[in-house]
Design a protein around this ligand. Sequence first.
Ligand SMILES: C=C1C[C@]23C[C@H]1CC[C@H]2[C@]1(C)CCC[C@@](C)(C(=O)O)[C@H]1[C@@H]3C(=O)O
Ligand SMILES: O=C(O)CCC(=O)C(=O)O
Ligand SMILES: [Fe+2]
Length: 391
Amino acid sequence: MECSSNPTPLLLCHPPLDNLDKEKSTVDTNGSVDRVIAFDPSALRHQRKIPAAFIWPSIDAASTDDDGLAVPAVDLSGFAGGDAAATARAAAQVRAACGAHGFFHVIGHGVDACLARDALSCMAGFFALPRARKLRGRGRGSRSAGSAMWGYAGAHAERFTCMLPWKETLSFGYRELGGDRGVVDYFTSNLGEEFESMGWIYQKYCKAMKDLSLTVMELLAVSLGVERSHYRDFFEDSSSIMRLNYYPPCQEPELTLGTGPHCDPTALTILHQDDVGGLEVFADGRWRPVRPVDGALVVNIGDTFMALCNGRYKSCLHRAVVNRQQERRSLAFFLCPQEDRVVRPPSGNLGAPRLYPDFTWAEFLGFTQRQYRVDARTLQAFTEWLGQSPS
Ligand SMILES: C=C1C[C@]23C[C@H]1CC[C@H]2[C@]1(C)CCC[C@@](C)(C(=O)O)[C@H]1[C@@H]3C(=O)O
Ligand SMILES: O=C(O)CCC(=O)C(=O)O
Ligand SMILES: [Fe+2]
């Protein structure tokens, strides 16, 4: 199973790489472009055709093969309980999946089923609000790397001019700090006091995702033959991104995409998708659905982990398609290193030569916010750009 071949080596509506200034790579803004459209699904619903800005090249859109991707269901309960045979089995499953395409399901993960259900269902209340109200969720205050990404976005129309994704998102940062109510505060200060209970749901959900991602980090270490706590320790002070994705039904789903083809630049993604389906992975030269499995969460390796394991495990191209009939919801928790931590593989058995230079998450995040690449080369392009830039 190979995921590296590239269906569309395209760069989306952005300035060329050479125009980038390394000094500015850690700041949080994305040289914004003229706004072309306000994504309001309730108004767009009444139009027969979708606006041209949402149309993707036919090579990208709607080429789904029905052949679902084989993703193992990795049971974490035995591993977490210290069972040696269960650990060996889980590590072997993860090794095979991550060496091939980087996607697997986790079951027996210990995330409270009611919390997971509430986190998926309560986002409906937010996305049903009038657009002006949702825009209050744009976020304010934080100057940390990536904070330009925080808040509500309708089709990213304020960032891009063409090939817009057919989705609305609400994004916010997550960091485990004393007091642990950063998410609640984000909701109440940006959306209003009436969003406090929703804030608590995501506060608890993010904590559950952080704990789960550290468990997965331990399993990844075991599977790679690295000291068990190595990656867990690295991500203990992580500063992650939580994103709520809402994909409205679309009258011309074969012309557009909910999320365009990309590799997650982050370290690890835990995706909780509803039962509609839409996630697809580019493996063995075609787009293959990852079908929803009740109670399972989808985990995938991102570019930053690929660098942390010197390319042993793959960060694979994926996307989300939309459909005519049903809205779809997904929750993505992106585990990211603390901004200034240096990303480098552990010395020892992951071997030389090094495939990627040292970098920090702040540098890489800044790069991705200027360069959204609809191909599998983001990390490669970043590496080349770092090499070219004066240090
Ligand atoms: C660091 C990130 C940038 C994106 C959100 C997280 C992880 C994945 C990235 C993204 C989903 C890749 C596809 C394009 C994108 C613009 C999107 O459709 O949302 C990306 C995110 C982003 O830059 O906001
Ligand atoms: O919604 C999905 O299924 C995938 C979304 C995704 O890949 C992302 O947000 O990075
Ligand atoms: Fe993704």
